[in-house]
Design a protein around this ligand. Structure first.
Ligand SMILES: C[S@@+](CC[C@H](N)C(=O)[O-])C[C@H]1O[C@@H](n2cnc3c(N)ncnc32)[C@H](O)[C@@H]1O
Length: 268
């Protein structure tokens, strides 16, 4: 049947207006809609998370460690572990011995003080989960504990310069700062100063808490740390997931030029 005859008959007979193939396809699509909607709810969104993006970046060029400050029951830690391991496998980095450091009090938040009480958003002891629970969640989710170093205690004590001997071999490639308070982020960043690799990615899970006020929380801690450490420049990296998160690459600075006299957080 030529195209013109086909269209002609179609106008005369409403039954043949839509070709059979297309009608079947429409019925099938209609029938499958509930299944599609259900899958859309339960299957992980195919977009990359910040952790996935950082894991790819690392597998490409950074042979170093993953450090998480604020692990709670282990949700983000487990996600990062599998994401990093899978990217390293994909890029044939089997010889890499990435270590995964977990820093937490396992007693919840310390008592908020100073700027951390401004909005009374956080209470002492919030997010308390035991080390035992964290460890068993890792085992349940198939994390190899030989790759993991668990460091228990409050950062104000744990991360003091005089206690850093045990961390001499740490090379921070990806850092997750998920410990809510300004004071906790400040202590974590000071600890990291001589451990960050050139190009390391820092993911601030709580960048926009405290009503996104730049004078508070992680935004304040990061700005102060950059001011104290002009050897680093921060370049905003990949930030798509969550209402609160933002990720930066910390790039060791090059000899200064006139244009580098600007503020160290660039928006490139
Ligand atoms: C919001 S939870 C972390 C959530 C976790 N990343 C997850 O995926 O579920 C915050 C964690 O930071 C820890 N934390 C905050 N400040 C701390 C500090 N100064 N010293 C030790 N742990 C701290 C708390 O114990 C808590 O487990």
């Amino acid at each position: 049947m030529s195209q013109s005859i086909y269209w002609q008959s179609e106008t005369h007979n409403p039954q043949t207006r839509i070709p059979l193939k297309r009608r079947l396809r429409t019925h099938l699509a209609r029938g499958l809609r509930p299944l599609r909607e259900f899958l859309g709810k339960v299957v992980k969104h195919p977009e990359l998370s910040n952790v996935d993006a950082a894991a790819r970046f690392k597998a490409w060029q950074l042979e170093g460690d993953y450090l998480e400050f604020g692990v709670f029951t282990g949700r983000t830690f487990v996600e990062a572990y599998h994401s990093i391991k899978s990217e390293e496998r994909n890029r044939n980095r089997k010889e890499w011995r990435t270590k995964f450091y977990a820093f937490d009090s396992f007693q919840g938040l310390p008592k908020p003080k100073g700027v951390d009480v401004y909005y009374e958003q956080y209470a002492e002891g919030a997010y308390a989960a035991t080390e035992h629970l964290f460890r068993s969640n890792l085992v349940r989710h198939k994390v190899n504990l030989d790759d993991v170093v668990i460091v228990a205690g409050f950062y104000s004590e744990l991360l003091k310069p005089e206690r850093q001997e045990q961390f001499e071999n740490v090379n921070a490639a990806i850092v997750m700062i998920d410990c809510d308070l300004y004071s906790s982020a400040r202590d974590a960043l000071n600890f990291l100063t001589d451990k960050l690799m050139d190009g390391a990615i820092i993911i601030f899970a709580d960048w926009y808490v405290f009503r996104a006020n730049p004078q508070l929380g992680q935004q304040r801690a990061f700005r102060e740390w950059l001011d104290l450490n002009p050897q680093f420049k921060a370049s905003q990296y990949f930030s798509i997931q969550g209402y609160f998160t933002r990720a930066f690459n910390c790039i060791a600075s090059f000899p200064s030029t006139a244009s580098e006299s600007q503020h160290p957080i660039s928006s490139t």
